[in-house]
Ligand binder design. Structure first.
Ligand code: GUN
Ligand code: ZN
Length: 428
């Protein structure tokens, strides 16, 4: 049994749905799970033999969850480029080709998990490459760290270079094989992953729709309406579809467990259908500004859509969910929708957890949930410390860290009930 002392944040529900954040003095964790939250004296009296770690006024939160990332793009983060399709062709596809080498795939999987952990992220839902061994590499790496992660072999059977194209048959076979091998092993989950409509033929989308029907407990992830020229391209590739979302719907690729990345340029029908179908959306604000995609409309979350924040690295420009919250705030401001710090924090914890259908396991601090925690120093730099000196409540105190914080703010990370080391181990 461990007891951690600090400002322990528990959400009653999403602040975007009227929930509030409660702050407790202590959290007790045992056997990988959260055992209790409450006053320090009460928990210490109940568990006199527990090991106690005092984090002072640090904020103790559920670990951050990144619900849309591309781990194979780790090494090409912050590559200067133009628009989405140029960026994919110029940087992304050549780098993803390098993961044909299993040893390189393992190096990058380790590097990605080192980097995200150092930034306080305890769970990730990632795209791999078309190579099944890239999924194996990510899962093996996460497994040794006892992390809860989701990963999918990315399917693409057209509009991608030689060496990065599969077929409907190989996507179907490999995805089923990976599900049999990994899904539900320890804290690992397989995701059915057609990259996006332009890189899959109707046959491939049909095949992956069938895989999802056979494995409805898996998530399905893809991209939706990220850029306007991409939307126009989809319309020309699928002239019979009512809109971009309809392409996926025709092949059984929407509904509970679907995680659509971006979802910016939506028609009223698509917005309504996303909500009605109980799909989820990953809002990727640093990517949307970096690649120049557009401004996500957070009113969708208030209307009932499951929304989580995500880095979308390497399209996103940061591994940090703090920086991602800041970008979400800035995008809200540009839309006239200033998101409260508690809503931003939820969107980096409980929001992605429910988008990934794991809100009962991770994303909040409550008895019975898994003990994945981040301890955040709210005075991590001189600039932040002097700003936070004026705060009168916890969210005012946290906001300078949200806007200006980075990995220096991450005091400690606990995964599955154990504290993990934060120094990069494999980055060369
Ligand atoms: N659309 C299809 N593939 C990708 C990708 O790798 N990154 C982003 N941002 N958008 C995509
Ligand atoms: Zn993406």
């Amino acid at each position: 049994m461990d007891i951690l002392l600090g400002q322990v944040v528990h959400f009653t529900d999403s602040p975007l749905r009227g929930g509030t954040a409660q702050v407790h003095e202590a959290v007790a964790i045992d056997n990988g799970l959260i055992h209790a939250v409450g006053p320090a004296a009460t928990l210490r009296a109940a568990h006199p033999r527990a090991r106690v770690t005092d984090y002072g006024s640090d904020l103790i939160s559920a670990g951050f969850i990144d619900c849309h990332a591309h781990f194979p793009q780790t090494a090409i983060i912050a590559s200067w480029g133009k628009r989405l399709i140029d960026w994919l062709n110029r940087y992304t596809f050549p780098e993803e080709m390098r993961l044909a080498d299993p040893a390189y795939a393992t190096t990058i999987a380790n590097r990605h998990l080192d980097l995200v952990t150092a930034h306080g992220t305890t769970s990730v839902c990632t795209y791999a490459t078309i190579h099944p061994h890239s999924v194996d590499a990510y899962f093996r790496t996460a497994q040794t760290r006892n992390m809860r992660v989701w990963a999918g072999r990315t399917a693409m059977d057209r509009n991608a270079p030689d060496g990065l194209r599969d077929t409907a048959e190989t996507a179907d076979r490999d995805t089923r094989h990976l599900i049999d091998r990994w899904h539900g092993v320890d804290r690992l989950s397989c995701v059915i992953t057609p990259r996006f409509a332009p890189t899959s033929t109707p046959d491939q989308l049909e095949a992956l729709g069938a895989v999802w029907r056979d494995h409805p407990h898996c998530l399905m992830q893809t991209h939706l309406s990220e850029q306007t020229d991409e939307v126009a391209w989809v319309q020309s590739l699928f002239p019979d579809a009512r809109d971009y979302l309809d392409v996926y719907e025709r092949f059984g690729l929407i509904g509970p467990g679907a995680v659509f990345g971006h979802a910016i340029h939506l028609t009223p029908r698509e917005r309504a259908r996303l909500i009605e179908s109980n799909s989820g959306v990953a809002h990727c604000p640093t990517s949307n500004t970096f690649i120049g995609s557009g401004l996500f409309d957070m009113t969708l979350a208030r209307q009932g859509l499951r929304v989580g924040l995500a880095t979308d690295t390497g399209g996103g420009s940061s591994f940090s969910m703090l920086r991602t919250m800041a970008a979400a705030y800035e995008i809200g401001q540009l839309r006239g929708d200033p998101l409260h710090p508690s809503a931003l924090w939820w969107l980096a914890t409980g929001g992605p957890a429910e988008t990934l259908r794991a809100g009962h396991q991770i994303g909040n601090i409550a008895p019975g949930m898994e003990a994945d925690l981040v301890v955040v120093n709210l005075s991590s730099t001189p600039a932040i410390a002097q700003a936070h000196g004026h705060a009168s409540d916890i969210w005012q105190a946290a906001f300078p860290t949200i806007m200006m914080g980075d990995d220096r703010a991450i005091r400690a990370v606990w995964t599955n009930g154990r504290q993990v080391g934060l120094s990069p181990r494999t980055v060369t």
